[in-house]
Write a protein that binds this ligand. Structure first.
Ligand SMILES: C[S@@+](CC[C@H](N)C(=O)[O-])C[C@H]1O[C@@H](n2cnc3c(N)ncnc32)[C@H](O)[C@@H]1O
Length: 187
């Protein structure tokens, strides 16, 4: 997946919010919070050109499933064209519709939801809907993992997550440029 394709879309879509894809440092730090031996279904919000998607597929078991939900149609086309893995379902839509999307594919709950959505760019009602629907779509003990660059957020997401999830941890990856805030919320 080329960084060029990512940057080109950045200039025409404000919801992409970050000028380059997440670095390997960021991807590894976020995915280090996943127990791949206990993971049948991961839902990824905002895969962009697929830096997390590729990494996750490399780590997931052969009988597991990854559903990505991406609102930008150009990224959806890139992902569908470039990643031919039967464990991957690429949906063009909004993360707030996670319940309908799980139902469409015969699933009731996810083990992990990973989110690259720039929450500070969203209106409060949509942010709240996405977080509440993510909580209810997770199995008990499942995790919502979100990453935001420093310039996309001022840690406001912690406040919103703590209203919904019983446990929320925040970590940083300073080697990503710009540095990342990483949120680990457990159901
Ligand atoms: C900061 S980019 C992250 C891209 C990629 N995951 C990465 O780490 O490089 C944010 C992505 O979220 C997508 N996005 C924004 N709002 C969304 C929503 N409500 N539902 C699904 N995807 C969304 C954007 O189109 C974009 O691809």
């Amino acid at each position: 997946m080329s960084t060029l394709s990512y940057v080109r879309n950045f200039f025409s879509d404000k919801y992409i919010a970050s000028i380059t894809p997440t670095s390997d440092f960021g991807v590894r730090k976020v995915c280090g919070k996943i127990d791949f031996s206990r993971c049948g279904l991961i839902v990824e919000y905002g895969p962009g050109t697929g830096v997390f998607t590729n990494y996750l597929l490399g780590k997931m078991g052969l009988d597991s499933l990854l559903i990505t939900i991406e609102r930008n149609a150009n990224f959806v086309e890139v992902l569908r064209r470039k990643i031919g893995d039967p464990r991957l379902i690429v949906v063009n839509g909004c993360a707030s519709n996670i319940h309908d999307i799980l139902e469409e594919f015969g699933k009731t709950s996810a083990d992990y939801v990973i989110s690259g959505i720039p929450f500070s760019f969203l209106p409060d009602h949509l942010k709240d809907r996405i977080l509440r629907n993510s909580f209810s779509a997770l199995r008990p003990g499942g995790k919502f993992l979100a990453y935001q660059t420093f310039y996309q957020s001022n840690n406001h997401l912690k406040f919103h997550l703590e209203r919904i999830f019983p446990s929320v941890l925040v970590e940083y990856e300073m080697l990503n440029l710009p540095p990342l805030r990483i949120y680990e919320a457990r159901k």
